[in-house]
Write a protein that binds this ligand. Structure first.
Ligand SMILES: [Zn+2]
Length: 316
C-alpha cells in the first residue's frame, strides 16, 4: 500500500479573513538527538517571539473546535499550538516558555506508552500538574498505531472495528486520568485512509493530519492540516511564511483517499470561491477552476525526482 499525503499548502496572502487559522504541530523540544521530531530551543524561542511580536492570536484548540461546531468567530491571525505524544520535554522545556508568553496549547496523548511508564513520556501525574496550569489534552489513540496500517484482518469491518476500539480505549484512559477536550483526534503519524477518516467523523471527531497547510472553517474536518515544526522545517524564514498562510479555497480533491494503489495516480483539485472571509480579500478572487496532475509515488523514499513524472497540467 502506498501512502500519499497531498500537500496543499496555504498561500501567504496578505488578507486576514477571520475564519482561518494556522495549526502548528510539535513533538520534542531541545532533544537534539531526535532531529526529525525535535525543535531546537533557540528555534522554538524565536518562533514564540515572532508570534508575539507580529500580533498573532494564539487560541486554545477548544476555540477552534467551537468555530467548526458552533460557528464561533475566530480572531484574525489565529494560531493553534498542538504537541503530539506527550514527551517529557514538554514538561521540562516547553511548558515554562509557553506559559511565560501566555500561549495556550494542547497535547495529543497516545495512552499506552504513558501507561507502560516509558521514561521518554510524561507521567499522568505530570500531565495533571500541567492541566492545573491550563494545558489541555486530547485523544491520539491508545496504541499509537497508524489508522491506515495494513494488517492481517479478516475483513474491512474487522479492521475498522480495531481502529474504533483503539480510539475508544484512548479516550477512556485519557478521561480516567485527565479532563480531555472531547471530539478531536490526531491521527498517529498523520496517517489515515478514507474509511478510517469516515469512521472518525461518524464517531463525532474532528481529526488532524500532519500535512502542511492553513485551514479555514470550510476545511474538511476529517483531516485538518497542521504545519509540522521540526529542526529542518522550523527555521524562521519558513516559520514566517507558514504562520502568515491562508488556505487555498479547495472545493474538491479527487480521489480524496490519501492511500493510492498506483505509482502514478491522477489527482484532481477543484479550486473555487469557498471563502467566507472579509469582502474584497484576495482569497475571494479565485474563480472556480479544475486542475489535474499526476504525482509519482516513490515508495522507496529515494527522494530523487523521476524523469517519468509528468509536469502539472492545467485542465480548465
Ligand atoms: Zn504521535
Amino acid at each position: 500500500m502506498l501512502s500519499l499525503l497531498l500537500l496543499i499548502a496555504g498561500a501567504p496572502l496578505q488578507a486576514d479573513p477571520a475564519d482561518t487559522a494556522v495549526v502548528l504541530m510539535y513533538h520534542r523540544f531541545a532533544e537534539d538527538r531526535y532531529p526529525s521530531t525535535n525543535i531546537r530551543l533557540e528555534q522554538f524561542q524565536a518562533q514564540l517571539a515572532h508570534l508575539k511580536e507580529h500580533g498573532y492570536n494564539v487560541i486554545p484548540l477548544a476555540h477552534l473546535l467551537a468555530a467548526f461546531n458552533d460557528g464561533r468567530a475566530l480572531p484574525e491571525r489565529a494560531v493553534v499550538i498542538t504537541i503530539d505524544d506527550a514527551y517529557r520535554s514538554i514538561y521540562t522545556v516547553a511548558h515554562k516558555l509557553l506559559r511565560d508568553y501566555g500561549f495556550p496549547y494542547t497535547v495529543f496523548v497516545a495512552t499506552d506508552p504513558v501507561d507502560d511508564g516509558l521514561t521518554a513520556y510524561m507521567s499522568w501525574e505530570e500531565m495533571r500538574e500541567l492541566e492545573a496550569d491550563g494545558v489541555s489534552f486530547a485523544n491520539h489513540g491508545a496504541a499509537h498505531r497508524s489508522t491506515s496500517e495494513e494488517g492481517d484482518y479478516a475483513s474491512e469491518d474487522e479492521r475498522l472495528a480495531l481502529v474504533r476500539a483503539d480510539v475508544e480505549r484512548g479516550w477512556q484512559r485519557l478521561s480516567e486520568e485527565l479532563n480531555p477536550v472531547p471530539g478531536v483526534f490526531a491521527y498517529p503519524y498523520g496517517e489515515y485512509d478514507a474509511a478510517t477518516a469516515g469512521l472518525l467523523k461518524q464517531m463525532g471527531y474532528i481529526s488532524f493530519g500532519q500535512q502542511s497547510g492553513a485551514i479555514s472553517t470550510a476545511s474538511d474536518p476529517r483531516s485538518l492540516a497542521r504545519f509540522p515544526m521540526t529542526e529542518s522545517f522550523g527555521g524562521m524564514d519558513q516559520f514566517r511564511t507558514k504562520v502568515a498562510s491562508l488556505p487555498m479555497p479547495v472545493l474538491e480533491v479527487g480521489p480524496w483517499d490519501p492511500v493510492v494503489t498506483t505509482r502514478l495516480p491522477k489527482i484532481t483539485v477543484t479550486l473555487g470561491d469557498t471563502h467566507s472571509g472579509s469582502p474584497g480579500s484576495r482569497a475571494q478572487t479565485f474563480r472556480q477552476e479544475r486542475y489535474e496532475f499526476r504525482v509519482l509515488v516513490d515508495p522507496f523514499g529515494t527522494g530523487q525526482p523521476r524523469k517519468s513524472s509528468a509536469p502539472p497540467a492545467r485542465v480548465v
